[in-house]
Design a protein around this ligand. Sequence first.
Ligand code: NAP
Length: 489
Amino acid sequence: MTEHVKIVIAGAGLAGLGLASRLRAAGETSFLVLEKEERVGGTWRDNTYPGAACDVPSHLYWFSFDEQPDWSHVYSPQAEILCHIERLVQRHHLARYIRCQTEVISADWNDVDSVWHLRLSSGAQIVARVFVGAWGQLNRPSFGSVQGQRDFAGTSFHSAQWRHDVSLQGKRIGVIGTGASAAQIVPQIVDAVRQLTLFHRSANYITPRMDRPYDPEERARFRAEPATLQASREAIYREYEDRVYQAMRRESAGAREEAEIARAHLESQIGDPELRRKLTPDYPIGCKRILVSDDFYPALTRPNLTLVTDRIDRIEAGGVRTDDGRLHAADVLIYATGFETLSFLGALEIRGRHSRSLREAWRDGPEAYLGMSVSGFPNFFMLYGPNTNLGHNSILAMLECQFGYVLQAVRRIAAQSGSALDLREEVMTTYNRALQARLAGSSWAGNCTSWYKTARGRITNNWPDTVDDYQQVTARFNPTEYEVIPRLS
Ligand code: NAP
């Protein structure tokens, strides 16, 4: 039997659940949140590795419409964030709108009926007027195209698929990658293992984290005086917008200042000049994500840790062979090699007007209007879509802008008795031309590889401006930018 619903949101992470709570607050009841996994939580459900925590302070890494005074630390650990996500579901009475273990495998726009036909992995179908993609950018593990992975005789797994059943105690561990995930994992495991070999391909800029617990009096004050919590949130937000944002602008004074902070941090934590040299990035600051850590560099000085900068040639039964011919023996291999971030679709097939495939439309790199709408795909909106990731501030602040925009779009669609809204192609083209021009002046355009850009250097993931700017451009849904397509049936 085919089910009919007004709005389907695919993905029950912070984006999907945040929108669901806003829809409910607006009085909407005809919607579903479909989640392919067994539980809600998105990236905070998947990444359970030791040390997993957010590198945006807790007060800003939460929704302004659902303020939480009780965070235990300045930077929240993963389990606490996941717990708050589950409580968000309870507080906003979302459970009855969520279906877990329900994966959308294809979405087809029906030109005649002006609706989306969604096919689920169970074989069932749902028909929806509005389809919202909320699956995010960092949910498909990448194993870094390392050769010979299947030849390994020990146990291996990805950082986002942590094997809690595998003890690392007293074993020889290989960790591939030194990004944000590895920087959190390595300090947590290094003292328990016999030998840790860290395969390091490029250095990162790392700035001090200065995490600390909130003491009971502070938390009581945040609870009793919401204005204190709001002031804390606002102070962090402004610091990111005004100072950290400058590091995202190529060759700016702010970028030089941030690089100086990172250099001083490296010098204060690493005494050995040779190790310091290996840990010094050879690209401008901001080009890759800036890491925040106080314990990664000290972990690298432990006697049982070897930093290997030779390239990996292949994985063999006994360990990792580097291109200098050496075999680095390992019992367990951990791939902290990041995510497939450039397709924005995973395995999902989306076909819009005249059966046009979104994958095909995006063959030169994904793009959208405001990261949400794609011409030719009516009544379809993405959350945390192309060019909405940040290097300097909280993604949740961007998501809140998107919730407001999608709510306005949904109201407009509802008011049009059966017609649909399709973004005008020229609006999308003009927008993306200007966006790419602004991105050319960003630090991400520098000479480095990163998960933000394609092999040809097109930046598909990041927003070039401030969150204030994004708020401004998304504040008002402008219907003239959309073509009204009448229902044919
Ligand atoms: P990542 O930043 O993409 O890092 C992947 C690492 O693996 C890089 O060091 C990369 O080296 C290395 N690598 C990939 N293939 C390799 C190969 N064949 N040989 C050797 N090294 C290889 O991934 P991530 O650390 O999982 O982080 C991804 C994003 O998730 C972060 O940027 C952040 O947005 C988010 N995240 C946030 C937090 C947090 O809030 N604290 C924590 C974890 C993740 P190259 O740099 O040379 O490519």
